[in-house]
Design a protein around this ligand. Structure first.
Ligand code: TXA
Ligand code: MG
Length: 332
């Protein structure tokens, strides 16, 4: 049976934190909020515990997990080397949504790194997460707490829907602030490479350490195995359309309405009045999309549409992470 505990995100109840920490120390699975999305955590130094994460999510074994730490010192227990560029980024962006890929220590459970010589590490900017790691006194391996291939969870209810009976405990800290996963930056290469775009943009990174590349060649993708798998998908087929093309959006929705229910997620108002048409309107900024799009995909999916038409946003620095996830959701 999965236990769900509601916590005050500003002043987390210590009994709940202690229970969660001892569950982690005993090799159990605890879902917890971060500032990006909910994570499914296990002791990163305990191989049996980490294997349980893969089993619960149905996650392919070749997709490594992110390790979460609560202090700069704890990074040294999993990383064998931290270069000066990483140090500057840590100073600027931790705690926060930046994951750094660094050379790993042998003590880290092997499946965390899925056979790579590196480990991905971040310090989450969320009180519940930080207090949990602190109380567990061990780094916590945690991929997003969704069933593999599904949209990332931004509420405790999303976690329960996907993983309900398969995990020990869910810490409910309310909806996450950012709503989209961290930026993954490989700092073992020169120049460092963005393996997954996120809330911390290429420009923000360059302002601190100079040139930063975008990993998109096949070789780079080998370095971040997770980016090869199907991701972020609801059950319905997702059709992604450029923003602002209101007439085209309406035409596509009407076409599919002939066959059954249709979902729409976007910021342009569509003049469609049909009981089989289910729309969720978002603000037009990248941060509005990041905050609400996973929940919107899940909510509309519950209406069982055949297709979900999604209006994109600009692919600028800020929109890159949102468009990256939407393109993956739309690719089958
Ligand atoms: O915001 C986030 O990053 C959330 C919260 C829970 O922290 N976590 C998250 O984890 O999104 P996950 O497992 O869904 O995504 C981790 C990504 C994957 O694309 C994976 O391939 C990559 O990080 N990754 C992990 N370890 C890596 C490594 N050693 N080298 C390269 N990429 C790595
Ligand atoms: Mg994930």
């Amino acid at each position: 049976m999965t236990q769900v505990l509601e916590l005050d995100p500003e002043r987390p109840q210590q009994e709940a934190i202690e229970l969660a920490a001892s569950t982690i120390r005993e090799g159990g699975l605890v879902a917890f909020p971060t500032e990006t999305v909910y994570g499914l955590g296990a002791d990163a130094m305990n191989e049996q515990a980490v294997l349980r994460i893969f089993e619960a999510k149905g996650r392919p074994a070749d997709n490594p997990c992110i390790v979460h730490v609560s202090s700069r010192n704890m990074l040294d227990s999993v990383a064998s080397a931290v270069g000066h560029q990483a140090e500057r980024l840590i100073e600027r962006f931790w705690p926060g949504p930046l994951t750094l890929v660094v050379e790993r220590k042998m003590e880290v459970a092997p499946s965390v790194s899925a056979g790579l010589s590196t480990v991905a590490v971040r310090m989450p900017g969320n009180r519940i997460a930080l207090e949990l790691i602190w109380a567990a006194r061990t780094p916590i391996a945690a991929p997003s707490a969704n069933a593999s291939g599904r949209p990332s969870p931004t509420t405790a209810a999303h976690v329960f829907d996907d993983l309900g009976p398969r995990i020990n405990l869910i810490l409910d800290g309310g909806p996450t602030n950012i709503g989209i996963e961290s930026t993954v930056l490989d700092v073992t290469t020169d120049p460092p490479l963005i393996l997954r775009p996120g809330w911390i943009t290429q420009q923000m990174l360059s302002e601190v350490i100079g040139p930063v590349g975008r990993g998109d060649s096949d070789q780079d993708l080998q370095r971040s195995p997770g980016t090869r798998h199907r991701h972020y998908s609801p059950r319905a087929q997702v059709i992604l359309v450029d923003q602002g093309l209101t007439e085209l959006l309406e035409r596509i929705c009407r076409q599919h309405l002939k066959e059954g229910a249709v979902g729409f997620i976007g910021h342009s108002r569509l003049a469609i009045d049909d009981a089989m048409f289910h729309s969720i309107y978002l603000g037009a900024h990248a941060k509005d999309y990041a905050h609400s799009m996973y929940a919107a995909l899940r909510d509309i999916d519950l209406r069982n549409p055949r297709v979900i038409v999604v209006e994109g946003i600009g692919d600028s620095d800020e929109g890159a992470a949102v468009m990256d996830r939407l393109r993956r959701a739309a690719s089958r």
